[in-house]
Structures are given as structure tokens and as C-alpha cells.
Design a protein around this ligand. Sequence first.
Ligand code: FES
Length: 139
Amino acid sequence: MQYSTKVMEHFANPHNVGEIPDADGVGYVGNPVCGDIMQLYIKVQDGVITDAKFKTFGCGAAIATSSMVTDMVKGKTIDEALKISNRAVAEALDGLPPVKMHCSVLAEEALASAIDDYYKKRVLPSPVKLKVGHEHEAD
Ligand code: FES
């Protein structure tokens, strides 16, 4: 299997690893295909994501996509962040092998889950349509 240089860089030296203790939104998703899990934290100010961090218990492609998606969302509005697809994350990494594309879905879904949590925490209707594999921790 051939990984791009960018994937290898983000896997070897992932950006934004960790937690945000006073996060405005926390996403928690499990990948139904492999059982790997990802937690993603966002900090939001005036509708803009000012910080993002993640903890991923998963494969190298999941770690690389978490690293990339947390880089990509910083400075974006919530609406812009919701438009980031797993394909966009994979493209930003110069592609993923086809059998690893499902790993990038985890990143998209963790972000969607964090944004959904952000709306719920503010008791606002959430525009996020969550798909499969969500394992929200008990609130
Ligand atoms: Fe589980 Fe990649 S194999 S996310």
C-alpha cells in the first residue's frame, strides 16, 4: 500500500493532538468498519472555530486525517467547517489508498459530531445530519 508523503508526515508528527478541557463542542465517533474511535474538540468564538484538537485510537490514516481536519477547520466558520468532506481531507493529504478512504470518513464524522454537540450545548437546533457510527458519551 502506498501512502503519500503528506500522510506519512501527519502520521509521524500529527498536529493538534490532545484535548480542549473547556471545549465548546466534543465529537465522539466510532468507525463501524474497523472499530477505531476518534474524539474531536472544538473551541468556537463568534461562530468561528478558533481551536481544534483530537484524540484518535486508530490506524495511521485515521491519525493523519484527524491531524489534517483539525488544521483545516481552524479559522473557518461553523458553516464552512460543515462543508468539509472526507474527500476534501483526503485530497489535502494528496490522497489515500482506496481501502483507507473509510478512515477519512471518521474525520468528517467526528467534526460533524463536534459541531452537533456545539449546537446542543447552546440549546440551538442543530443543522448537522449525523450518519452512522456515533457513540456519543453520556452527557
Ligand atoms: Fe480504522 Fe482506519 S482502519 S480508521
